[in-house]
Design a protein around this ligand. Structure first.
Ligand SMILES: CC(C)(COP(=O)(O)OP(=O)(O)OC[C@H]1O[C@@H](n2cnc3c(N)ncnc32)[C@H](O)[C@@H]1OP(=O)(O)O)[C@@H](O)C(=O)NCCC(=O)NCCS
Length: 201
């Protein structure tokens, strides 16, 4: 039987995600079942958004957006408005076909994140170097292209973890309707961030 073409589902509800079976190789950040559970939690958060790549009720990829983790420096957001693009992952069998780009661009479509700042910390210890065959710096360049396709740009930061490797980076998209105090808070945190524990999100 022919396999269904994957579909992008923006802002998938938690109940919907909970019914999916994760691809066994969706394992970059956690074992697939734990990762799915984490995505369900994010989708259940009123400020969280999970965009899912689905075929035949299988989860083949996702982009996860959530408030910054309270245990990270970015969690000291005084506005409570910043959003972290915590992870994007596509099952290895589907990589290189533009799915990650679609997950991101469709997540941002319709102005969903226009009233805020969405940031992403790129840490080399999350990269799938083994399956990609890329060096860490080449992987960073790949991610930069990917995130730029969704409107994120590079920003300098004092975050020691980001600065600990040239393969790391901070990227962000300042939404066109983001209030000045939210934009200011992002700039304050990127300049003040002393370093964060190594967590997936
Ligand atoms: C990063 C990841 C999500 C990309 O998914 P993908 O569906 O293969 O990405 P796309 O096909 O949309 O490609 C996006 C860009 O990366 C490039 N790219 C993808 N795989 C590449 C590779 N192995 N080598 C070089 N470039 C690559 C594409 O050419 C494209 O760039 P372009 O638009 O300039 O052509 C996927 O590799 C992955 O799941 N990695 C593990 C998790 C991870 O590293 N997440 C990011 C940190 S949170």
């Amino acid at each position: 039987m022919a396999r269904a073409e994957p579909r992008v589902e923006v802002a998938a509800p938690p109940q919907r995600l909970a019914r999916l079976v994760p691809d066994p190789q969706l394992d970059r950040f956690r074992p697939p079942a734990s990762q799915l559970a984490a995505l369900v939690d994010i989708a259940a958060d009123p400020r969280g958004t999970v965009t899912a790549l689905v075929a035949d009720e299988r989860l083949l990829g996702y982009a996860a957006f959530h408030p910054p983790s309270a245990i990270e420096a970015w969690g000291h957001d005084r506005t409570g408005e910043l959003i972290e693009l915590g992870a994007v992952e596509v099952a290895p069998a589907l990589r290189g076909r533009g799915w990650a780009e679609r997950l991101l661009t469709e997540s941002f479509a319709g102005g969903r994140f226009d009233p805020t700042v969405v940031f992403a910390t790129l840490y080399a210890w999350h990269y799938d170097l083994r399956r990609s065959g890329l060096t860490d710096v080449a992987y960073r360049r790949m991610l930069e292209r990917l995130y730029r396709s969704a409107g994120l740009e590079l920003y300098p930061t004092s975050d020691e973890d980001v600065r600990s490797s040239p393969a790391n980076a901070l990227m962000a998209r300042v939404g066109p309707q983001a209030p000045p105090e939210v934009v200011e808070e992002f700039h304050r945190l990127r300049r003040a961030a002393p370093g964060a524990p190594h967590v997936a999100w």
